[in-house]
Design a protein. Structure first.
Length: 256
């Protein structure tokens, strides 16, 4: 089984490059299952709307994961309850809209896809993601498990990889928008990478026009951040899984 995972889609530039490239990339890598992080998809780069989510599904996403900007646009709330294949973090309070995991069928296997959010360095602190991962594995029946860990700290992401080593088929990090070079198969057969990157203008500071970000760091007052449309690319990772639900290979992918 080939699983293609796409990094955080940022604003209109990210949606545009995803539209142009996703189907080509899926064909190129032979993807059986495609997962896209869409939590930055609105024009201002915070949240997602039902219309944007439907566009992503039409482009070829099988599952959409989110993160700390899940509720950046409140239009999404009812949609999260109604559409099982768009996920907010599992470790959010259970009374909040939406689902933290879904189970889809792929190549005769029941595949559980889960979204979790980290706690280190985040504005909003959800419940323990490690305990939530344990709950998932104990209570949700599936042939294999795939986890998008939306977190700031590389250390927390790496810890989650080892926590799920041998229990999940793949664990990948999102949120920081910069692809890391540590893709590997852990000792227990779990595919892992700390961050899969982003989809949008990479001539930027994590998707924002670099001039605006630089001005902020220099203490200048500026206008609302705008997503960059310069040097747009789709970044992500491919996991190859065997019939036993173990990862046999991980590789980064990028297309423009």
């Amino acid at each position: 089984m080939v699983v293609l995972v796409i990094g955080d889609v940022v604003g209109d530039p990210g949606m545009d490059i995803l539209y142009r490239c996703l189907r080509q990339l899926k064909k190129q890598v032979g993807a059986d299952l495609t997962i896209v992080n869409g939590e930055n998809a609105t024009p201002v780069g915070k949240g997602i709307t039902p219309a944007l989510a439907e566009e992503m599904f039409d482009m070829g996403a099988d599952v959409i994961t989110l993160g700390n900007h899940t509720f950046g646009n409140r239009q999404i709330c009812d949609y999260l309850d109604d559409q099982p294949n768009i996920l907010r973090p599992l470790n959010y309070p259970p009374q909040q809209p939406g689902h933290g995991y879904t189970v889809v069928e792929c190549r005769g296997k029941q595949v559980c896809v889960c979204n979790l959010q980290g706690r280190v360095g985040m504005d909003y602190i959800p419940s323990d993601p490690f305990a939530s991962a344990d709950w998932l594995l104990k209570n949700v029946q599936a042939d294999l498990y795939l986890v998008d860990f939306h977190a700031e700290a590389t250390s927390e992401k790496q810890a989650m990889g080892y926590h799920l080593n041998g229990r999940a088929a793949a664990v990948w990090g999102t949120h920081t928008h910069v692809p890391t070079a540590d893709e590997r198969v852990l000792s227990g057969g779990t595919g892992y990478i700390t961050d899969i990157g982003m989809t949008g203008g990479v001539e930027s500071v994590i998707g924002v026009r670099w001039e605006q970000s630089l001005a902020m760091f220099r203490g200048q007052l500026g206008e609302r951040f705008k997503p960059s449309d310069r040097d747009c690319r789709v970044q992500g990772v491919v996991f190859e899984l065997n019939d036993q639900g173990k990862c046999t290979a991980v590789r980064r992918v990028e297309i423009s």
